[in-house]
Design a protein around this ligand. Structure first.
Ligand code: NI
Length: 173
């Protein structure tokens, strides 16, 4: 069956501010959702997507930070940052739920992440570079946190207003 492209929620939306529940049972429905999320992410296009962005308040993220060459899709159920480097790095971040807006965010440069894969097996891996930023950004989504929450209140409000305006325009069609 072909994966389906899901509508992506645009900030502000209360579902983007919720703490998501751990996945207790890796059902076929959740595996299908993961495939749909990958399809949705590639279509957008984006490098990461979290389940709450498609309105599902469960701990699931998908990523692919390879910009050229073979795709490297990653699906993580219940992802958790196990340790973070003291070294920080700064990336200009964006978010499919806050379209067309970008800002520099400082985060640990390297993180060790644990998760459950599509087959239900536990995995652990170190991430650096863009992957490290992306996985932290996506895990934040599962805790109701957006990248604009790292910015000062003025900038956050400005970006929220712009996003709200875009959302109204999209709704009008
Ligand atoms: Ni995002």
């Amino acid at each position: 069956m072909r994966a389906m492209i899901k509508p992506i929620l645009i900030h502000p939306d209360p579902r983007l501010k919720k703490l998501c529940a751990p996945v207790a049972d890796l059902s076929d429905d959740l595996r299908t959702l993961a495939e749909d999320m990958l399809e949705t992410m590639y279509d957008a296009p984006g490098i990461g997507l979290a389940a709450p962005q498609v309105g599902v308040l469960e701990r699931l993220i998908v990523m692919d930070c390879i910009k050229e060459g073979e795709p490297e899709p990653v699906v993580m159920f219940n992802p958790e940052v196990l340790s973070s480097s003291e070294d920080q790095s700064v990336y200009e971040e964006g978010c499919l739920s806050i379209p067309e807006q970008f800002a520099e965010v400082t985060r640990p440069a390297e993180v060790r992440v644990g998760w459950i894969d599509m087959d239900g097996n536990p995995q652990e891996k170190d991430f650096d570079g863009l992957w490290a930023t992306c996985v932290q950004h996506e895990i934040d989504h599962l805790n109701g946190k957006l990248f604009i929450d790292y910015l000062g209140p003025m900038k956050r409000q400005m970006m929220t207003r712009k996003s709200q305006k875009l959302k109204r325009e999209l709704a009008r069609g």
